[in-house]
Write a protein that binds this ligand. Sequence first.
Ligand code: SF4
Length: 327
Amino acid sequence: MDFADVHRPADARRRPHINSGGDGECPAGTEHVRPAGSVGRAEPVGDTIGQVTSSLLPHPVTAEPFESPVPPGAGWPGDPATPATLVATTTREVERLAGRAGSVAELDAAVSVCRACPRLVRWRETVATQGKRASFADQPYWGRPGPGFGDPQPEILVVGLAPAANGTNRTGRMFTGDRSGDWLYAALHRAGYASRPASTHAGDGQVLTGVRIVAAVRCAPPANKPDPAERHTCGLWLDRDLALTAPGLRSILALGAIAWDATLASARRLGWTVRRPRPRFTHGGQTNLVTTTGQAIRLVGCYHVSQQNTFTGRLTEPMLDEVLAGL
Ligand code: SF4
């Protein structure tokens, strides 16, 4: 295996994808195989470049060896994709692939291989290969978008901001392997939605019942700040998440203002009724979203479970428990 191959998903040479070149339309059913050179090595785009660890490393739970980023279908616990999963590389392709996902499983697979935001793809893969936190240098990094996690037919949809560079971007599961996740899963466990009080690695046995966790943006962004175009593009995945889960949904929990605004934007694109003027995010604030079939779904705001909020006491465990109890 040469140096370039170490940094390239093993299946990249045979992975089919939608080609939206030219006018973006292909004959029905036509798929194009991505040339080997089209998925290159990630280039550094930030300043957190640390130890280079690009060789095969054992998964912390299964001990199976993985490259970083993890190739689709390589056996990572909970990986929803396969080498045949279609890859979105533009906003238009996100819209098309999201629209044809017939289940959250299909949606999660498509999300987990998305490459539509060049800046975020470079960042997530650079962190996964060259920017690992020193304490995780002996672990493989997922290095792909974080797919939704939890009950495929939820009553509650939790919408976060974006994966953490050394959390979901390492473990491949939403809010897993970082301090924010420690808070969220502990609260979900206290409320009876999570089987375990902690969520450390994909494959650790964590099960959510009645709850599904997604995010406004599915790739780890530099400085935790996705730009408006990235938020819009990834919002198209959220549109489909809302559409697919809506029939059984009772509440949507938005963790922070960005998740709140992303959910309102998705609801509007889906043609749902949203109160005007636009409801503003507050902790504990609520508004009803009414689907095109007349179903009311409550949108509830909660301060994000980030360390910035939990360390400072802006968000306490009783505050989080109270919000969850009211969903
Ligand atoms: S942020 Fe969303 S739309 Fe952009 S590359 Fe990641 S998964 Fe795709």
